[in-house]
Design a protein around this ligand. Structure first.
Ligand code: UDP
Ligand code: MG
Length: 312
């Protein structure tokens, strides 16, 4: 029987965990798979860990990791996924915003041959118009700035096949934007639609400050466009400076140096300013390349290969 492990990061989730496990187990028991659950306690400060321990004690197909402190969801997910030995893994939030009932649909696509099956929400309930607007703006700018397309309205709720897990395991960069990494690895990816429910209990750990940081992380780990900005701004202002400088020069030649020293001062300032910004842009370009190298991502993953047979 194929094995499936459901990875659940949990940070201060004592309010929903028992209910979550009950709902998840019901779904998993109906699947023709050897399905296990792996909780990752991300340094919770409430009694999440003791609840997880009691779940592990009563359900033999449940395991758990406890991180030494709160490392953040991305790290908790990585810890969980690293520990998976099954043929596939599902990543799901503990707060029941990702309905466990969708897992069979994800599994179905996996069995149809897909490596990454992500759940896309068709509506965001219980979230303010402003949250929806900022989320949409983020996805749009990501699409424009980065070569990696990150599917819109998609959280971390998804299924990964063995080879997708192996590929992901090779991405050891420190700044981990999981949504980006999931798509970066490639292979056959598809989506399943669902309605996202409002959080059932407990509180979201994301405020706009943390979301903003996540957005910056996403953009800076998947694009060096902000660095290139210096080049363009430098080029544009250098160009404007040269035009204006030429005008100041002609004006001075024709009407004389009325405000003494102004033309030379202006020319020097504009010229140096433009050249400096350009130089910053050049440094930015090299920095961007250095950054890409330091991530040490593998260069490619081979999906299939047909080697020539020995003609004998
Ligand atoms: N989470 C975590 N570590 C953190 C923050 C969150 O493991 O530092 C977990 C949390 O327990 C939940 C999931 O990540 O299972 C999603 O968190 P949350 O519901 O707060 O995010 P939202 O759904 O609002 O995006
Ligand atoms: Mg949530």
């Amino acid at each position: 029987m194929p094995q499936l492990t459901v990875v659940v990061p949990a940070y201060n989730e004592s309010a929903v965990l028992a209910l979550f496990h009950q709902r998840l187990r019901k779904v998993l028991d109906a699947l023709p798979l050897d399905a296990r659950v792996l909780y990752v306690d991300d340094g919770s400060r409430d009694d999440t860990w003791s609840i997880i321990e009691s779940l592990v004690a009563t359900d033999p197909r449940t395991g758990a990791l406890k991180l030494s402190r709160n490392f953040g969801k991305e790290a908790a997910l990585t810890a969980g996924l690293d520990a998976v030995t099954a043929d596939a893994a599902v990543v799901i939030d503990a707060d029941l915003q990702d309905p466990p009932e969708l897992i069979p649909a994800l599994v179905e696509q996996w069995q149809a041959g897909y490596d990454v099956v992500y759940a896309t929400r068709s509506a965001r309930q219980g979230e303010s118009g402003f949250k929806r607007f900022t989320a949409a703006a983020f996805y749009r700018s990501m699409e424009r700035l980065s070569d990696t397309t990150i599917p819109r309205d998609t959280g971390d709720f998804r299924l990964l096949s063995r080879r997708a897990l192996d590929a992901l395991g090779q991405l050891r960069e420190r700044q981990r934007f999981m949504k980006g990494l999931f798509s970066w690895i490639g292979y056959r990816q598809t989506s399943v639609q669902y309605l996202r429910d409002p959080r059932l209990a407990g509180q979201t750990k994301w405020n706009y400050w943390r979301l903003g940081q996540l957005a910056i992380e996403g953009i800076t780990s998947f694009s060096t466009a902000p660095l290139r900005l210096a080049t363009w701004v430098g080029l544009a202002s250098a160009m404007l400076a040269f035009v204006y400088g030429a005008w100041v020069l002609i004006h001075a030649l024709r009407y004389g140096d009325q405000v003494r020293g102004y033309p030379t001062l202006m020319l020097v300032i504009l010229f140096l300013g433009g050249v400096q910004l350009l130089a910053l842009g050049v440094i930015g370009e090299y920095l961007g390349r250095n950054y890409a190298e330091s991530k040490q991502r593998p260069l490619y993953f081979v999906e299939e290969q047909r080697l020539p047979r020995d003609p004998r």
